[in-house]
Design a protein around this ligand. Sequence first.
Ligand code: 48F
Length: 263
Amino acid sequence: MELDETLITKTIVESFTRDFLKITDVDVVIVGAGPSGVTAARYLAEKGFSVVVFERNLYVGGGMWGGGIMFPKIVIQEAAKQILEEVGLKPEKTSRGVYVVDSVEAVSRFTVSAIEAGAKIMVGFNVEDVVIRGFKDKPKICGVVLNWTAVEKSGLHVDPVAIKSKVVVDSTGHEASVVRTAVKKFPEAKLQTKTGEIMGEKPMWVEVGEAEVVKNTCEVLPGLYVAGMAATAVFGSPRMGPIFGGMFLSGKKVAELIAEKLK
Ligand code: 48F
């Protein structure tokens, strides 16, 4: 067989289009493929839900690669150990009582596990807005609006496309970018925070930050959930720096909440 150039082109376009058509209407859209997002994706896909993760970078993993100050190590506490073991990691117990794994292996195993469970991960897509129904009467978020990250960066005027879902998860990290957009575009909806607004991440306090990121993982607007650092930012909790247990536990919790909601 001659390796004609256009057969490569056709294969790429055909295969991508087939994949994309499968994810235009799903149970769950997850925005951001950091530790909380990929963990949520795996659990939800394992439970049989159709799940797509949109990640604006061309790579997954979010803040996991760089560990702490670019030392590629992921530190976790006992409570999160089982989640890591489920994806085939072997957390090493240190003399300090916490556990450690290699960050490259962690990203790889979490990603493969989510994909094997049936989640679709789409990279290079920036989620720039949400889809809503019912402005005044029972408003609900029921999808996302997205474009190629390259389009956003170029500043070209290109209209985005929409994806419908039963629920959306904001796991975009410190930015909480989906909640931020939803609140800006949809001021009549009140967030489930003390002030009804995004409270902003507080300075570091590891013990409290780790507990609160899990507590804050919830449905923050009808149809929109927060997980990971996005939950910390929305609810005004302290940051925790390079310990990742809370991120994995938050991803697991958001999957459980959504599974309960959609059952
Ligand atoms: O920041 P990130 O890793 O989120 P996380 O799951 O984990 C936080 C930790 O990495 C670390 C920490 C540990 O204690 O504090 O920071 O909360 O991953 C968020 C991902 O979301 C992508 C972004 O590129 C990153 O990979 N992202 C952000 N905004 C968008 C987005 C968007 N609008 N559309 C698509 N992807």
